[in-house]
Design a protein around this ligand. Structure first.
Ligand code: F6R
Length: 242
């Protein structure tokens, strides 16, 4: 695992965007994995600026989101369909037909995980997967005790994750209880992993991911098993590393 410690959130976004851009330029048909939440927003802004400046061609990019809430209509402002559309697809000017988000419709839930896995394989696999980390060590919505072999499936959100994400909703009661997420096995299949974290609230999780044992109670510790994982963090998120 390569650890890159930079001064602040702006520097995290700049360095991670550079790594994403390299990966996009490296292959003719790039397949990127994208995350929602606050952590990657600066990266998407940086990439969008590169596209506008004519420095980055994203016309052949295919994207797969990590996860989706179950029970929110795709038009709901906090559904990840909507969030990815606003922060990634429109901002970077991706072809919407090439942007995939897991189907969180409850009536499809028994098949939507396998459908998503097949779509990733049909696209040739994910070249670079961008990840944030939850304060409890989750990646995607793989909460503590998730199997390292897991594939895209339905999960229950941990109470802490619902509390953390209540800031996007009116109240914690409005945060869905269930989600569909790429599994840890799915994430580990990507050619490259790029995890970003900013701020002291992530420091414990970052230390457990990098210096703790590989353990399902810290799902992000799965990155220790990947042969090409890069972690870009600011000094506050790195503050509990030994
Ligand atoms: C989002 C996701 C989550 C977030 C994590 C951190 O698609 O899968 O794992 O990356 O909860 O969220 P933020 O960046 O909002 O702190």
């Amino acid at each position: 695992m390569e650890i890159v410690i930079v001064a602040d959130g702006a520097a995290v976004a700049a360095r991670a965007a550079q790594i994403m851009a390299w990966a996009i330029r490296a292959v003719p048909q790039p397949v990127i994995g994208v995350a929602t939440g606050s952590s990657p927003l600066g990266i998407y802004r940086e990439l969008a600026a590169q596209v506008r400046a004519g420095e980055l061609d994203v016309s052949n990019v295919t994207a797969f989101a990590l996860d989706e809430y179950i029970g929110l209509a795709p038009s709901h402002p906090e559904s990840y369909h909507h969030v990815i559309d606003e922060t990634v697809t429109k901002q970077l000017g991706l072809d919407p037909a090439r942007v995939h988000v897991p189907n969180g419709h409850i009536s499809d839930i028994l098949t939507s995980g396998d459908d998503y896995e097949r779509a990733i394989v049909a696209a040739g696999g994910i070249d670079i997967q961008l990840l944030g980390i939850g304060a409890n060590g989750h990646i995607g919505f793989n909460e503590p005790a998730s199997s390292f072999a897991s594939r895209t499936r339905m999960k229950t959100l941990a109470p802490q994750t619902r509390e953390d994400n209540a800031r996007f909703f009116g109240s914690i009661e409005e945060v869905p209880v269930h989600c569909i997420t790429q599994g840890l096995g799915t994430i580990l299949d990507a050619g490259q992993l790029l995890l970003v974290a900013q701020g002291e609230s992530k420091a414990d999780a970052v230390a457990a991911m990098i210096e703790g044992p590989v353990a399902s109670m810290c799902p992000a510790s799965a990155l220790q098993l990947h042969r090409f994982a890069t972690v870009v963090i600011d000094e506050a998120a790195a503050s509990k590393l030994q």
